[in-house]
Design a protein around this ligand. Sequence first.
Ligand code: ZN
Length: 79
Amino acid sequence: MPEASNTERTSIIKRTSTVTCPECEEATEVEMPVESCQFFWECPACETVLRPEEGDCCVFCSFGTVPCPPVQQQGGGCC
Ligand SMILES: [Zn+2]
């Protein structure tokens, strides 16, 4: 008799995004807030405060390797 295995989730929400600063090109791994968007983010290397590009909801969608959790869940247009 085969062991019962838990059903794996098909969509795993990633909680960290690597944000690349457009000013100094420093890549920083950032933990994202789960239920809200982060509009401003300060680069720890050059202290530039990033804002999302037009049409994007947060800095992770504009500069990160991974879009913010609400966008991952809903497929875009979180706020
Ligand atoms: Zn920077």
